[in-house]
Design a protein around this ligand. Structure first.
Ligand code: ADP
Ligand code: GLC
Length: 497
């Protein structure tokens, strides 16, 4: 047998199931991972299909390219009400994307609306994902589900679909963010999922006397649980980070592991980024990176001055991201040599606070309250440092992108931030950024001040760190291999059984 043929034969088939995926629909890092990891797995010789809802908010330019692959009616709910399942498909760089079409569930929203509607929506989505795999006669070796929205997949797989072709698949569930779990009244979930009563017990879906928890059930039934950094895998087994599932996760810890995210280094490449004022690399950033700072200052109405340190923040504006710490120190950060740029949307509390600071500090503080990918690229390139002082951070991608763009991260030592940003060590002249431990505004300020001191007094040292960060491996390669090893471990169970 030629190598080629044996490669074909041994190629793993992996189906990704999740609620968002760049470039079709993205609200945060989950969208990035759903894009980048399948592409990395293709390079490792896997066949990958990504299954997504066909949301109304997916831009026309993508919808126009979708090809109809079939449709059928599927029963959903306790009463067996039937719903239309359409399959619309596109292929991009070798990855197959199957969108599930159903107007009642997906024809509105952005993509999330509110739990009351999202629960039925994602019950349907999880079940339909398995049904389309059978319909397409494409049985994966592994179904890789992401976050609570896809967390009923393991339960459907081992009940309603166990004796169907797709029942042969193994199932991995990845926790990107434990804060969101899909919790609702037991009757609501019983009705919409149509899952057997036996699953609504404490070790599985039951949360308390009145409520059911979709993530909890999925975690119980998955063959493997992963999360997006080693530190977060440890943290979620403690009350401080476990979001009330620490006991459940400790119980299931033999099947839990942390695999750190990467970023797509083609998508995020300062040497070939059409959205920058000037492309640059680790060799020429000293001359060229500042062109982006200039463009950023001009675009945002900041005082044009290349000698000011520009500190960026790109984030969903939620409690998770440590924004109360940032708010508490802004007046002390603005010392005449500093400019701050915030890009984000979310909780009005933070949006308004940042707007207030902009009003008070025109020319040195900019609050760009929106979601804007083009501006994000320019901030990653034009800022000198990026703040990520999160309360918790399963992995975090903004610090990885920042490092790749030679922008020094200032982070709290939690979750993936701790695993990816080595603290600066002046004596050894090593490290990737500035870090602090306990969740405390004064400690954040100390870290910011340490960064400023290095920037203003030992720029050559700062620049050496920039070069180190730009050369650091933040790609998906190593982590894609770690997932592959995990897939292989569970695929092998079939042979052992
Ligand atoms: P999370 O998934 O918790 O939001 P991550 O750091 O994993 O955090 O990923 C955030 C992703 O979303 C990054 O790609 C970041 O650049 C992007 N992002 C966040 N807010 C915005 C925004 N307002 N405009 C553009 N991109 C944003
Ligand atoms: C979640 C987490 C973030 C992580 C992302 C992708 O949204 O908040 O830390 O990077 O998922 O895994």
């Amino acid at each position: 047998m030629s190598d080629n043929v044996s490669n074909q034969d041994s190629r793993r088939r992996v189906a990704f199931v999740g609620s968002e995926c760049y470039p079709f629909v993205k609200t945060g890092g989950l969208g990035d991972v759903m894009y980048a990891l399948p592409r990395a797995l293709i390079r490792e010789n896997c066949d990958v299909r990504v299954i997504l809802p066909l949301y109304r908010c997916i831009p026309e330019k993508f919808r126009n390219k979708l090809v109809y692959r079939g449709s059928f009616m599927m029963d959903q709910t306790m009463e067996g009400r039937t719903f239309f399942v359409g399959i619309m498909e596109t292929v991009m760089d070798g990855v197959i994307y199957d969108f599930i079409d159903n107007r009642e569930f997906f024809d509105w929203g952005n993509p999330y609306t509110g739990l009351w509607e999202d629960i039925p929506k994602y019950c349907f989505f999880s079940k339909a994902s398995l049904a389309i795999l059978n319909y397409l006669e494409w049985v994966p070796d592994v179904i890789h589900c992401h976050d609570w929205q896809a967390s009923l997949v393991p339960l459907y797989l081992r009940t309603r679909f166990n004796d169907t072709p797709v029942g042969r698949a193994r199932v991995v569930l990845t926790i990107h963010n434990l804060r969101f779990q899909g919790i609702c009244g037991i009757q609501h979930l019983k009705y919409w999922s149509g899952l057997p009563d036996g699953l609504f017990d404490y070790p599985i879906l039951k949360q308390n006397e009145d409520e059911a928890n979709m993530f909890k059930g999925g975690l119980a039934f998955a063959d493997k649980i992963t999360t997006v950094s080693r530190t977060y895998a440890e943290e979620i087994q403690t009350p401080a980070y476990g979001e009330h599932l620490e006991g459940h996760l400790s119980y299931h810890s033999p099947k839990l592991c942390g695999i750190v995210n990467g970023i797509d280094v083609e998508q995020w490449d300062s040497a070939k980024d059409p959205l920058l004022a000037a492309d640059y690399d680790a060799g020429n950033f000293r001359e060229l990176k500042k062109e982006n700072k200039k463009a950023l200052q001009e675009k945002l109405g900041l005082e044009p001055d290349e000698n000011k340190i520009v500190i960026g923040l790109i984030s969903r504006l939620t409690d998770q991201k440590g924004l109360d710490l940032v708010n508490a120190i802004i007046p002390r950060m603005l010392d005449g040599n500093t400019q701050i740029v915030v890009l984000g949307t979310g909780d009005p509390r933070y949006e308004n606070a940042f707007r207030y600071y902009e009003e008070e500090n025109k020319g040195t503080f900019c609050a760009y309250i929106s979601y804007n990918e083009t501006l994000a690229h320019l901030i990653y390139a034009g800022a000198d440092a990026l703040l990520v002082p999160s309360m918790f951070e399963p992995c975090g991608l903004t610090q990885l992108i920042a490092m790749r763009y030679g922008t020094i991260p200032i982070v709290r030592e939690t979750g993936g931030l701790k695993d990816t940003v080595l603290p600066y060590d002046a004596e050894r002249n090593e490290g990737n950024g500035f870090t602090f431990g306990p969740y405390n505004a004064d400690l954040l300020l100390e870290a910011v001040n340490a960064a400023k001191t290095l920037y203003f007094t030992e720029r050559w040292r700062w620049d050496e760190m920039v070069a180190r960060d730009m050369e650091k491996d933040v790609s998906w390669e190593a982590s894609a291999r770690a997932y592959l090893a995990l897939y292989d471990e569970i695929i092998a169970w079939d042979k052992e059984e």
